[in-house]
Design a protein around this ligand. Structure first.
Ligand code: ATP
Ligand code: MG
Length: 500
């Protein structure tokens, strides 16, 4: 029968085209293992960054391609892996789940849930590394990302798609600023990602509960590579978090991503580089330490309308030692970002919180995204504070001060007081404009410093009760017209009179 011939032909064809898919170069052997690093013999076809499969579902990532061996970092516990174990190539790169299923979840550096709330329902998976969007797909920063923190929104404004560094010593309120910024995105259609690198799990638990208290957890993802995890997990975490953000960015959403902090990330990378026997450079960091952070932060940008108009704003955090911003990692990250917010221990201890140093903090692109009303009221703030600080040093020497110096000192003192702000209480842009306008128009220069906060509070409630149109006017026109100013002045007068 013809059918049998056909079938034999088919089988012959299949046999001739059969090739042995499991080649020896697809399976290697562990030569040595320890400290989260494995050296493998026999994986000739391994690619850089490829995912490797070890026994017991442990995975690793190729980091070194040597002549006769492959160096790999383990993304899991190394205690179940031994010399002589087989290792398989997977042909895939390390990927993480992306999509709305991540919102309100705490995941590890591989996107696996660690909050005990069940599986993540992923829309897709993205590789953890991807090239930064090209210049033709981008547009300049043109929309403010409101932090709700007066000192920042007025003097160091951040725009959507900007990369602004938060830098300062230990315990200067770096994380506090980042968390307040997340809380302030409520109702603003911004998705937030908090990537914790080398933090204590207890700190993360606290952050989660604070975000829940303020109704900010529903639009937030926490990627946690804690201090107790291996260096490779800390190394992978920010890239994984960025890939998660890119999903929303590509779909036209605005994303805010916080890396807390990149100093610990650099230290983890140094540890695994040394274990991989790469040669150490300055401060024992490997030669590509700059590239480590530049390829991460380059991925944050504002896409133009043609590409959906999404954005990813990055707030990397770097810890300094004794305020030294000229150390290796700080200078690297400062040169990659579009500005820095510098927090100092001195200001923090003096009670000036948030402890923003107005002289050393800059935002190189954000001011183009500031609303007109804010731009107008805050334009001379930085210079006035600089004058104030200069006079303050000077006034310590002599007691006899001329009236101009006295008024600069008095006004500066009021400004510093106005810029103080409690944690977890971000303000709306309208409130910020009103408070800074009141301070800058010298109307409260004679108020006792310790009463400033309560006076401002009273003025705001007076405006809300009697001239609510002030709020709608600023919100809708983004301007501060003379009529609006007159209404604010009216409330200020009423409150100041009530104090007497
Ligand atoms: P670390 O170096 O440990 O990460 P950090 O620089 O991130 O510290 P935070 O943890 O944010 O600092 O803040 C340190 C302490 O200061 C916390 O107890 C926090 O509650 C407090 N703090 C931060 N900001 C303010 C603020 N604006 N007003 C009052 N207290 C604040
Ligand atoms: Mg912190």
């Amino acid at each position: 029968m013809a059918d049998i011939d056909q079938i034999t032909n088919l089988i012959k064809k299949e046999i001739s085209s059969y090739e042995d898919k499991i080649e020896t170069s697809d399976v290697g052997t562990v030569v040595s293992v320890g400290d989260g690093i494995a050296t493998i013999y026999g994986l000739d076809k391994a690619m850089y960054g490829e995912l490797l499969e070890f026994p017991n579902h442990v995975y690793g990532m190729v980091m070194n391609l040597n002549e006769d061996s492959v160096g790999c970092v383990l993304l899991g516990k190394d205690s179940t892996i031994f010399e002589g174990d087989p290792v398989k190539l997977t042909g895939k790169v390390v990927s993480v789940p992306v999509g709305d299923g991540l919102l309100g979840r705490v995941v590890n550096a591989l996107g696996e849930p660690i909050d005990g709330n069940g599986e993540i329902v992923a829309t897709d998976t993205y590789p953890i590394e991807s090239p930064a969007p090209g210049i033709m797909t981008r547009e300049s920063v043109n929309e403010p990302l409101e932090t709700g923190i007066k000192a920042i929104d007025s003097m160091i404004p951040i725009g959507k798609g900007q990369r602004e560094l938060l830098i300062g010593d230990r315990q200067t309120g770096k994380t506090a600023i980042a968390i307040d910024t997340i809380i302030n995105q409520k109702g603003k259609d911004v998705i937030c990602i908090y990537c914790a690198i080398g933090q204590k799990n207890s700190t993360i638990a606290q952050i989660v509960s604070k975000l829940k208290d303020h109704g900010a957890f529903d639009y937030t993802v926490i990627v946690n590579a804690s201090a107790s995890e291996s260096a490779p997990m800390l190394y992978v975490a920010p890239y994984a978090a960025t890939s998660m953000g890119e999903y929303w960015e590509k779909n036209g959403k605005n994303v805010l991503i916080i890396y807390d902090d990149l100093s610990k990330h650099a230290v983890a990378y140094r540890a695994l580089s040394l274990l991989l026997k790469r040669s150490p450079g300055r401060e024992a960091y490997p030669g590509d330490i700059f590239y480590l952070h530049s390829r991460l932060l380059e991925r944050s940008c504002k896409l133009n309308k043609e590409y959906g108009g999404g954005s990813m704003t990055a707030l990397p955090i770097v810890e300094t030692q004794a305020g030294d911003i000229s150390a290796y990692i700080p200078t690297n990250v400062i040169s990659i970002t579009d500005g820095q917010i510098f927090l100092t221990t001195d200001l923090f201890n003096q009670g000036q919180r948030p402890a923003v140093d107005s002289g050393l903090s800059v935002s190189r692109v954000g001011s183009s995204a500031q609303i007109k009303a804010m731009k107008k009221v805050a334009s001379s703030l930085k210079i006035e504070l600089a004058n104030y600080n200069e006079m303050l040093d000077f006034s310590r020497f002599g007691s006899d001060l001329d009236p101009t110096t006295k008024s600069i000192l008095q006004h500066g003192g009021v400004l510093m007081e106005v810029l103080k702000q409690k944690q977890y209480s971000p303000l709306s842009m309208e409130d910020e404009v009103i408070e800074i306008y009141v301070a800058q128009s010298h109307q409260i220069d004679n108020v006792e410093l310790k009463k400033i906060a309560s006076v401002l509070e009273k003025i705001r409630s007076h405006i809300k009760a009697n001239h609510n149109e002030v709020y709608t006017a600023i919100k809708e026109t983004k301007l501060l017209s003379d009529e609006t100013k007159a209404l604010i002045d009216d409330s200020v007068k009423a409150i100041l009179e009530s104090l007497e």
